[in-house]
Design a protein around this ligand. Structure first.
Ligand code: FO1
Length: 316
């Protein structure tokens, strides 16, 4: 059976996946999601931001403007916490809290994160499979001049102001892929790297022992979408993270990061002049309209990615 595996982070990936599930049978799609943003004990709850962004988006309930949280959600519980003097820098809506309470309860009963993720996504009617990259907690921490801070604290609490000296995926060397991840990669006909932050969204997935190695071994073509257009990220701090890790903030920098396993990189029309420099890195460049401002554009981009994979000879 035709099957597709997509590596995904947060908002950019979720917006791409919205188009992908309209141009292929969702039942044939497995989304491996970054959990480096997870907070194991935020107000006593296990928070999994990227998993929830992908789940809510594919369930059609995400707040379309923000790209995260639930459309029309209220924040009364947060207000109470505020009045009680709690630091509520991470805005959890009342409906969103339901998800976090359910997930935390399932984890406390000993269920693994992938099971909790499956229960939540299936109950929201999501037809594709969503698997967290690992069941272990591997928080992404940013090394800054004010110390080592959790990625969400860096991004949301401190508004990505701090200079990025390095990025650490805590305990990732002792983590293992969630059940089904390696199997999905091995049986995939196509592997897609969604337009997410290459350092802190796709980076953690590739750093889970065994995942990048499996992608490099399989014959299936691997096609990515550059999240950088015209030298800037469409959303989020990818420029700051790429600079912090010494990569050029451009589609060429993205190709540099992914070149050991990526066959094709889909880049925006504005980056057509970079195609030759991308192909020097043995990554084929395909030029398309990658700014996903409408559902039609999301579908078209997804079709371009699938076609680019089809045209790519399977690796011998
Ligand atoms: N991003 C923010 O900028 N501010 C928030 O208060 C915030 C809350 C939040 C709650 C649940 C969730 O799933 C995501 C949330 N995000 C928020 C998004 C998140 O910080 C990042 O977009 C992703 O982690 C990066 O992909």
């Amino acid at each position: 059976m035709l099957s597709v595996v997509a590596l995904a982070g947060g908002v950019g990936a979720a917006r791409f996946l919205e188009g992908l599930v309209q141009v292929m049978p969702p039942e044939q799609l497995t989304v491996i999601v970054n959990t480096g943003d997870d907070m194991a004990n935020f107000m006593g709850l296990y928070i999994s931001p990227d998993v929830d962004i992908v789940t809510y988006t594919l369930a059609g309930i995400v707040d379309p403007k923000k790209g995260w949280g639930i459309k029309g959600d209220t924040f009364q519980a947060l207000e109470v916490l505020n009045q009680l003097g709690f630091d509520t820098w991470f805005a959890l809506g009342d409906q969103d809290l339901g998800t976090h309470l359910a997930r935390t309860a399932m984890l406390q009963q000993g269920w693994p994160l992938s099971k909790a993720t499956q229960v939540i996504s299936k109950s929201l009617g999501v037809r594709c499979r969503i698997i967290p990259m690992t069941e272990q907690w591997v928080p992404t921490r940013i090394v800054t001049d004010v110390g080592l801070i959790h990625f969400e604290e860096y991004l949301v609490k401190r508004k990505a102001q701090d200079a990025v000296e390095d990025v650490i995926f805590d305990c990732i060397d002792s983590a293992s892929p969630s059940p089904g991840v390696i199997e999905a990669i091995k049986t995939a006909e196509k592997i897609i790297v969604c337009p997410s932050n290459p350092i802190v969204s796709i980076g953690p997935i590739l750093a889970v022992p065994g995942i990048k190695e499996a992608i490099m071994e399989v014959a299936a073509p691997c096609v990515g979408v550059s999240p950088i257009i015209g030298g800037k990220p469409v959303k989020g701090p990818a420029d700051k993270l790429m600079e912090g890790k010494g990569f050029e903030v451009s589609a060429v920098g993205v190709a540099e990061i992914y070149k050991e396993f990526l066959d094709v990189l889909v880049i925006d029309k504005t980056d057509q002049p970079l195609a030759a420099r991308i192909e020097e890195r043995d990554v084929k460049a395909v030029v398309a309209q990658t700014l996903m401002t409408t559902l039609t554009r999301k579908r078209r981009l997804a079709q371009t990615v699938l076609k680019a994979a089809e045209r790519q000879r399977p690796k011998s």
